[in-house]
Design a protein around this ligand. Structure first.
Ligand SMILES: NC(=O)c1ccc[n+]([C@@H]2O[C@H](COP(=O)([O-])OP(=O)(O)OC[C@H]3O[C@@H](n4cnc5c(N)ncnc54)[C@H](OP(=O)(O)O)[C@@H]3O)[C@@H](O)[C@H]2O)c1
Ligand SMILES: [Zn+2]
Ligand SMILES: [Zn+2]
Length: 333
């Protein structure tokens, strides 16, 4: 039996709960969870905001731990190795997306917490293709958030060939955004943080932002007209998107990784006149995750975490839900 913390219904408190994982699959890995970050997507899944949660639900998809056991056909991972697991826990491996290295775009990729049980537990299982070793010297305590929050902001930098001469703005400086600022600064970009929190102004500069603007001040946004090559939105709320589009240079891109549920109200003319683009993407492929881990290790970029013992999981979730996380909550075992 695997001991875990599960929600028995949408919006329900998490309680101690056990499940029988069955025999370990030939291509699977069992991980002893040491740390698990709490992503805003865990909250959305626990509240069934996206209509795809099944209960009892064991959330948690920013896992770092040690390999406890490997299936008979797993050759590249060994017992005791320190590894991480993010949003995806398996891919079909045969579709054209998988074949071209875009496993994160595989239509039948399995989510670690979608129809299976995640990392708010003593152990978690996944297909070996989704389990990535930590680079030597990386701090396991702070590495978990890289596996979802980190890869989600790193992937667009790779996909859209962001250049060191680009001017990039991150909208929303929470779990994802605070890692994005660090990555973009190390990448060489001129970095702007859009935040709604006055209290974060000084700290975002330490995280790498050259400039800070208020994400909810239409005038400040308007004053930044035609400034950015890329806007990376990590918020899950509606902002004045048409005004934001005006801050993009010709050929600029507004890329949304935050799961804003409200439909977008976008003026095509704001895109057309300057050939601007609007796009979105899910996490990143295993190869891009490994690339991001190496980049983080080389530049000593670590998520800023607050730790809670796993038994205090309900307090930890409430802390995040109240917008108090500084900047990522990580559960420890
Ligand atoms: N695309 C993907 O694959 C992927 C992967 C992971 C997460 N996500 C999604 O990304 C989003 C962010 O996740 P997260 O873990 O970074 O969440 P988070 O830590 O809660 O950060 C979200 C940030 O958004 C800003 N924000 C929140 N409410 C706001 C409001 N009313 N007005 C303006 N700004 C507001 C805040 O930043 P300021 O204080 O700076 O304003 C907040 O810190 C979620 O929707 C999550 O589901 C997507
Ligand atoms: Zn596939
Ligand atoms: Zn996540």
């Amino acid at each position: 039996m695997i001991k875990a913390y599960a929600a028995l219904e949408a919006k329900g408190k998490l309680t101690a709960w056990e499940y029988e994982p069955g025999e370990l699959g030939r291509h699977d890995v069992e991980i002893d969870v040491d740390y698990c970050g709490i992503c805003h997507s865990d909250l959305s899944m626990l509240h069934n905001e996206w209509g795809m949660s099944s209960f009892p639900l064991v959330a948690g998809h920013e896992v770092v731990g040690r390999v406890a056991a490997v299936g008979a056909d797993v050759k590249h991972l060994q017992q005791g190795q320190v590894v991480g697991l993010g949003w995806h826990s398996d891919y079909c491996k045969v579709c054209s997306s998988c074949g071209s290295g875009d496993q994160n775009l595989c239509s039948t990729a399995e989510g670690t917490i979608v129809g299976r049980h995640g990392g708010f537990a003593e152990k978690v299982r996944a297909n070996a293709s989704a389990v990535i070793p930590l680079p030597k010297g990386m701090d396991a305590k702070t590495a978990g958030p890289l596996f979802c929050g980190g890869i989600t902001v790193f992937n667009p930098m790779v996909q859209f060939d962001v250049k060191p001469t680009d001017k990039v703005a991150v909208i929303g400086i929470g779990g994802l955004g605070h890692i994005g600022l660090q990555f973009l600064r190390a990448w060489g970009c001129e970095v702007t943080a859009f935040t709604s929190s006055e209290s974060k102004h000084d700290e975002v500069k330490k995280l790498g932002a050259h400039h800070v603007l208020n994400s909810r001040d239409p005038q400040a946004i308007q004053d930044a007209a035609r400034r950015f090559d890329l806007l990376l939105s990590t918020v899950n709320v509606k902002l004045v998107w048409n005004t934001y589009l005006g801050t993009l240079k010709p050929r600029g891109r507004l890329h949304m990784v935050g799961a804003t549920l409200e439909p977008l109200d976008i003026s095509v003319f704001n895109l057309m006149g300057a050939q601007r683009s609007l796009s979105s993407s899910p996490v990143g492929s295993p190869a891009t995750i490994a690339k991001m881990l190496d980049f983080s290790a080389l530049h000593h970029l670590d998520p800023i975490v607050e730790t809670f013992p796993m038994e205090k999981i309900n307090e930890a979730l409430a802390h995040l839900a109240a917008g108090k996380a500084h900047y990522r909550v990580v559960l420890t075992r």
